[in-house]
Structure formats: structure tokens, C-alpha cells
Ligand binder design. Structure first.
Ligand code: HEC
Length: 110
């Protein structure tokens, strides 16, 4: 009886905390979208339906790569062989926390 009670409270804890983690993810993604919308120069000036769309980024892209594109685009153009120009978003323009949230948002796009 006690053992069963113990087991079921573990199950409840697991469900509860998975729920919390999910809510945190959702909040981070929402924050990342706000960072995306507010970024200057605007991401949308270069990333939209017509050119370099990011709306499926998460299908193949990783958070690590997204962060590398934002902090060191020149290196990423060299590394991937892609062509064009993208400004670097340094820590002055975008904090590490905002960068993390933005990367989570981009990865959520599938
Ligand atoms: C001046 C234009 C410009 C701006 C502004 C810009 N980018 Fe880019 N970005 C590019 C170009 C060009 C590429 C290479 C695209 C390609 O060839 O697929 C790129 C690539 C990327 C990639 C990699 C795409 C992939 O398919 O792997 C990500 C992620 C990205 N940009 C995110 C952003 C975000 C987020 C912002 C705003 C904070 C932003 N970019 C602002 C021009 C820009």
C-alpha cells in the first residue's frame, strides 16, 4: 500500500514537472519571437516568404548553428558556402539570454 502510494507520487511528480518544462519552453519560444520581431536590423528585411525564409528552419537547423549565424555570420557564410550578407548581432545588440530564446524560437519553426 505504502509502496504503491510512493510509486504513484513519483508518477505524479514526473507528469507535473514535464508540464512545467513544457510551459517554460513555450515562454522561451514566445520571448524568442519577440526578440526576432524587435531585432534591428530587422530579420524580416532579408528573411521572408520570397528570400531566405526561416519558417522551416527547425526542420534541419540547430540552435547552435542559429546562434553562430547571429554572432558570427561571416564565418558561417564561409563555412556553409552560402552567399549574401547578414549583419552580426553582438552582445551589445542582443544579450546571451535573448540570443538563446531567439535560437529556441527558430528551432521551433517546422
Ligand atoms: C541584411 C540581410 C540579413 C539580415 C538583416 C538577417 N539575415 Fe539571416 N541570413 C541572411 C542571408 C543572406 C543568409 C544566408 C541564406 C541562405 O543562403 O540560405 C542568412 C542566414 C541565416 C540563417 C541560417 C539559415 C539556414 O537556412 O541555415 C539564420 C538562422 C538566420 N540568417 C537568422 C537571422 C535572424 C534571426 C536575423 C535577425 C536577428 C537575421 N538572420 C537577419 C541575411 C540576413
Amino acid at each position: 500500500m505504502i509502496r504503491r502510494l510512493f510509486a504513484s507520487s513519483i508518477a505524479v511528480a514526473a507528469v507535473c514537472c514535464a508540464g512545467v518544462a513544457f510551459a517554460q519552453d513555450a515562454a522561451t519560444i514566445e520571448k524568442g519571437k519577440a526578440v526576432y520581431d524587435a531585432a534591428k536590423p530587422a530579420c524580416k528585411a532579408c528573411h521572408n516568404e520570397k528570400k531566405a525564409p526561416l519558417d522551416k528552419y527547425g526542420a534541419t537547423g540547430t540552435a547552435e548553428d542559429a546562434k553562430a549565424w547571429l554572432r558570427t555570420p561571416k564565418e558561417m557564410f564561409e563555412k556553409t558556402g552560402k552567399k549574401g550578407m547578414m549583419p552580426a548581432y553582438s552582445e551589445k545588440k542582443m544579450s546571451d539570454e535573448d540570443l538563446d530564446a531567439l535560437a529556441q524560437y527558430l528551432v521551433s519553426l517546422k
